[in-house]
Design a protein around this ligand. Structure first.
Ligand SMILES: [Zn+2]
Length: 94
C-alpha cells in the first residue's frame, strides 16, 4: 500500500531534504515557520509540511524530489480537502 511508504525511511529523508531547502510555501508564497519542530509542528498551521506537485491521488510520486513541494500545514490541508473540482453549473435553464 502506498500509504505505508509515508512511514518509510526514504519518505522521511525526502521530508528532511525538502525542509532544509528553506523555501516559502509553494501554495501561498509566504515564509514557512521552520523554527517550529517536534509535536508543535504537528498542529501549527504555519509549520512545514511536505506537499506534492502532482497529488498522489492523481499518480504523483510520493518519493520523487521533483514532485516534492514545501507548504504550510494549513495550505496543504486546505488543498487536500479540495479533492474534486466543482464544475460550474449550467445556469441557462430556460
Ligand atoms: Zn502557505
Amino acid at each position: 500500500m502506498a500509504g505505508n511508504l509515508r512511514n518509510g525511511r526514504p519518505y522521511r529523508a525526502l521530508c528532511v531534504w525538502q525542509r532544509n531547502l528553506g523555501l516559502p510555501c509553494w501554495l501561498c508564497g509566504h515564509n514557512i515557520a521552520y523554527e517550529i519542530t517536534g509535536p508543535e509542528a504537528g498542529k501549527h498551521p504555519l509549520a512545514f509540511t511536505l506537499d506534492h506537485l502532482v497529488p498522489l491521488s492523481r499518480g504523483g510520486d510520493l518519493l520523487d524530489p521533483a514532485n516534492a513541494r514545501s507548504a504550510h500545514r494549513r495550505c496543504n490541508s486546505a488543498r487536500g480537502n479540495r479533492t474534486s473540482i466543482k464544475q460550474p453549473r449550467a445556469s441557462r435553464r430556460w
